[in-house]
Every structure is written in structure tokens, then in C-alpha cells.
Design a protein around this ligand. Structure first.
Ligand code: ZN
Length: 342
């Protein structure tokens, strides 16, 4: 639901509270502590007093929203804005949209991402034609038109003035050396990445964090941060998320996938040769990567490795619910209001 629909349906805080109470308790509000239905009238702070256990109770007690100082209306609006933003948004944009402070917007967004991550665990096993691929997040965007220097000459000995008279070959070597050490000279990158270079798949992945994804054509996606792209880790991911006996796996020819044929029907396509052959391609997972890359690099600027799984979870969740925007809104509210052990 978009913001206009939300504001028409839930114009005031009390509308949001009553909706939340129906979601959590059904037709009649209960005490969140003892379950009693004998509650006082709502106080001016919207809380009830329980006539049995004498505690002040509210619909948010013992939920993800316990102790939230943000009005429920703000949560509702934030969920609407976030689920509507197909490409994700920055906390800064969210802050402007719902009129809260930056730290509040940031915390709220991350709480929602954590709920999305939990929800992603309930995805049905993937089956049918499934495409698996890996991407490196945190460096320069792939396949995007970034400004680049063109050289007049292919001669590797031509002097490049900008690099203090180094030859092109010398500069190339130095850049390659530094990139392998984790430096990122791309327009988006400015820091030394703290990912161990030995975990990378050659210079292509230097300074970036590997994320592996599997998508079922016309179905769901799962994606996870994977520090080591070994066969064992990749195989475990397939076993966990894919119905091996009912599926055909398509990957590129990265060596980590070489032994997949042991557990699943496996087709490889060599991207050095061609991208698609008789419908064998990884176009579906590639289009998911495009969403992630645009989202994370375009909107978030820098994502700390610690936070990356949460960002990935948001895009997985949105992809899998892409046909049900309103369902996402209601599901997130439902999840936020589930009793949790505090
Ligand atoms: Zn009570």
C-alpha cells in the first residue's frame, strides 16, 4: 500500500493502535502480560490498565516494538514507504519521508530488515530450473557505464602523465597489486576493504564481499553472504535451499561449482564464450544482482560488511513478495507485533 492509501486508512494514531490490537489480539484487546480481557478504558497515552494484574499494558508490550518511542503511525508510514521502494532507499530518504531524526530512521529501518531476514527463513525449497551465481558487493558496479580514460595508443609503454610519468604497464601492475591488497579505486570506493584478499576470486573480487544467490525461474530467490566460495559451502547452500532431485542447476564455469553434478543435474555456461545457449543462461539471477547492486551502491553509498546481510535480506524479501505489495505491509506489521522473549 502506498502512503496515500495508508494515510486514508489510518489517519490517526488511534486507528493504527486499534488495527495493531486486532492483528495481535483479535476482536478484543487483551492484557499483554496476563492475557486478561478485563481492561480499563484507554488512557490519554493510549495504554490500558489491566484490572487483573494491575499493570499498564499496550499492544506493543513484549513485541519487537516494545519500548518504541515512535508512534505506531510512524511505523505504519515507514513500512509503507520502505515496501514501496523497489530499489531500496537510504535512511536519509526515509528520514525525510516520515519526519524523524536520522538515528531513528536508521534504527527503524534496521529493525524492519531484521524482521525481513527472519521471514526469509520461511521460503519454500526452490525447485525446477534454478540459477546460481555469486556477486561481489562493495566495489565498483559491474556492467555499468562508469567514466573511464581512453588511451590513444594500445602501446603499453606509452607514458601516462597523470601518473607521474609511469608507463601504462607500470600503472596497470601497480593498480592490480593494490586492488589485490584490497584497495578500491572505483568511483564508489574510497576505502581499503577489510576483506581478506585470499577469500577473493581473483582480482575481480578484490575488496568486495561475496554474496551467493540461487533463484528459481519464475519463483523465489535466496541470497547469502558467503566468505569463502568453496565447493563445500556452495554445495551446502544448494542442499539447504534446493530440492535437488526435482531441479536443474545452472551456473557459470567458476571452479567452485565443478562438482555440483554429484548432487544435482548441473548445466554450466562459460561466460567467456557466451551468455546464453538454448535458454541455458543465468539471466534471472543476473537481474536480481542488478537490483541489489543498484540498490546498495546507488542508495546506500557504503555498507559495512557487518550490515551487508541485512541489506541483502531486504532485497530478497522484496523480490519474493514482488507481486504482493499490500501483503508485505500486513506481514511486516504482523511480525512486528508477535510476542517475543525480551
Ligand atoms: Zn494483566
Amino acid at each position: 500500500m502506498n502512503l496515500i492509501e495508508i494515510s486514508e486508512k489510518f489517519p490517526n494514531e488511534i486507528d493504527c493502535i486499534e488495527h495493531a490490537e486486532r492483528v495481535r489480539f483479535g476482536n478484543k484487546p487483551k492484557c499483554a502480560y496476563c492475557g486478561s480481557k478485563t481492561l480499563s478504558k484507554r488512557n490519554s497515552d493510549f495504554r490500558h490498565r489491566c484490572k487483573d494484574c494491575k499493570k499498564g499494558t499496550a499492544v506493543t508490550v513484549n513485541t519487537h516494538l516494545h519500548n518504541t518511542r515512535i508512534p505506531l503511525k510512524t511505523w505504519f508510514y515507514a513500512i509503507s514507504v520502505i515496501t514501496d521502494a523497489k530499489k531500496g532507499m537510504s535512511a536519509l530518504q526515509l528520514q525525510r519521508n516520515i519526519s524523524v531524526s536520522y538515528p531513528t530512521a536508521f534504527r527503524l529501518y534496521h529493525k524492519l530488515r531484521a524482521v525481513m531476514m527472519e521471514e526469509n527463513k520461511n521460503i519454500d525449497e526452490l525447485s525446477g530450473i534454478v540459477e546460481m551465481d555469486e556477486v561481489f558487493i562493495g566495489g565498483k558496479p559491474r556492467k555499468m557505464n562508469t567514466p573511464h580514460i581512453t588511451f590513444d595508443s594500445e602501446n603499453p609503454n606509452v607514458r601516462i602523465a597523470a601518473a607521474k610519468g609511469k608507463t601504462r604497464k607500470e600503472l596497470d601492475d601497480q593498480i592490480e597489486y593494490l586492488e589485490n591488497a584490497g584497495w578500491d579505486f572505483s568511483p564508489m570506493g574510497h576505502n581499503r576493504a577489510n576483506i581478506d584478499a585470499k577469500n577473493q576470486r581473483g582480482a575481480r573480487g578484490a575488496g568486495r564481499i561475496p554474496v551467493v544467490g540461487i533463484v528459481q525461474r519464475n519463483g523465489n530467490v535466496i541470497a547469502t553472504v558467503m566468505e569463502n566460495l568453496t565447493y563445500t559451502n556452495l554445495k551446502d547452500m544448494v542442499k539447504k535451499y534446493v530440492a535437488e532431485d526435482e531441479s536443474v542447476l545452472i551456473t557459470d564455469n567458476y571452479a567452485g561449482y565443478n562438482s555440483m553434478k554429484k548432487i544435482i543435474e548441473h548445466l554450466k555456461i562459460d561466460h567467456n564464450q557466451l551468455y546464453s545457449y538454448k535458454g541455458v543462461n543465468s539471466n534471472t539471477i543476473e537481474s536480481f544482482w542488478a537490483i541489489i547492486e543498484r540498490g546498495i551502491m546507488g542508495q546506500y553509498h557504503s555498507v559495512s560488511p557487518r550490515m551487508l546481510p541485512n541489506y541483502v535480506a531486504e532485497f530478497v524479501y522484496k523480490y519474493n513478495n514482488r507481486k504482493d505489495n499490500e501483503g508485505m505491509f500486513h506481514e511486516l506489521i504482523y511480525k512486528l507485533l508477535q510476542p517475543i522473549n525480551l
